[in-house]
Design a protein around this ligand. Sequence first.
Ligand code: CTP
Length: 400
Amino acid sequence: MLKGKHIILGICGGIAAYKSAYLLRLLIKAGAEVQVVITPAGKEFITPVTLSALSGKPVISEFFTANTGSWNSHVDLGLWADAMVIAPATASTIGKMANGVADNMLVTTYLSAKAPVFVAPAMDLDMFAHPSTQRNLQLLRQYGNHIIEPASGELASHLVGKGRMEEPENIVKVLEEYFAASQSLACKRIMVTAGPTYEKIDPVRYIGNYSSGKMGYAIAEECASRGAEVVIISGPVSLKAENQSIKVVDVESAQEMYDASVKEFPRCDAAIMCAAVADYCVENQSSHKIKREHDELPVIRLKKNPDIAASLGTMKSDRQVLAGFALETDNEDANAVEKLHRKHLDFIVLNSLNEPGAGFKTDTNKVTIIDNTGNRRVYDLKSKRLVAKDIVDVLIEKMP
Ligand code: CTP
């Protein structure tokens, strides 16, 4: 999995820096090309000569190479990398990364890196437990960085507790698992519907709903990060797909979402129906702005929209997986199971508006996934990005 991968190994000033030499050796043995970037404090703990001999490359520490005066481009380095691993990561560097304090080559490279970043903290137990360190780690998690939790054991201070950098073998394992997972949807094409639909009343008004599209976009990003070709059929949202490979088809009404979905679905291996589609549209749309001064109150007559998920359910072949969502306020479980069967879904993601932190607009969600064999998985309240991971894990299980 690591053969030919470009990895930046960031080393900070901590006792565990001696383990970085072994980590570097393991990465090289696994076939990776490794560029070491070390902080000034890191050099107090391990010499660049050792690291350069092991990596076969000069170690970068400063913005300029002293003898030649040539500039080390953190931007080029950040773009070169397939992954960046910071091991050991000290409390100080974690704080700088969390807050964008770009005062050394390691942190500037981190800020320029587009690749996934893995952070292996190493410090004394009290420093690790301090709310400041924990808050900074939480920020890094929110940025999408992967924290490789330190182990518990005897520390350099001889105190015993959580703070020992994870063993190099395990750090390599985390990287291998990451790269394996990033291929798990390779050659698969996945469609995601996201956001609300707007049903026109007149040229200036519509019927809509509170959906932000965050859940659908998070699922699309997760599928893309696992190697899938992704198309989002997106209602009006203020989001942009971060992964450049994601194709976005913008639609407004349920009918437009239906047309785009029916066109895309036959070329897809799976579809996740995350959009909050309006059940009704306006039958008597006005081509002119409806005015306030009316003798009688205007009447908006509604007609049913097509059920996109149910239509795809009837089109679906054995090689395709179809998943839906159910956002319920009452009889949550029974309603979700009824939709699962009526729409011929392989699984349904139930979220309840009664759960604090779940549903529309929030950055978090709490879901239960029910599949067509009756299997139920209940998850904790998590960020929508982590919920997307759980959903895509189930999707992969269901793929033929
Ligand atoms: N859905 C769809 N097209 C519609 C309505 C819903 O594709 N016209 C999809 C949603 O994207 C979701 C699932 O069907 O994956 C369930 O949506 P939901 O609004 O909960 O259910 P409805 O079938 O609309 O039923 P109700 O509004 O009565 O709860």
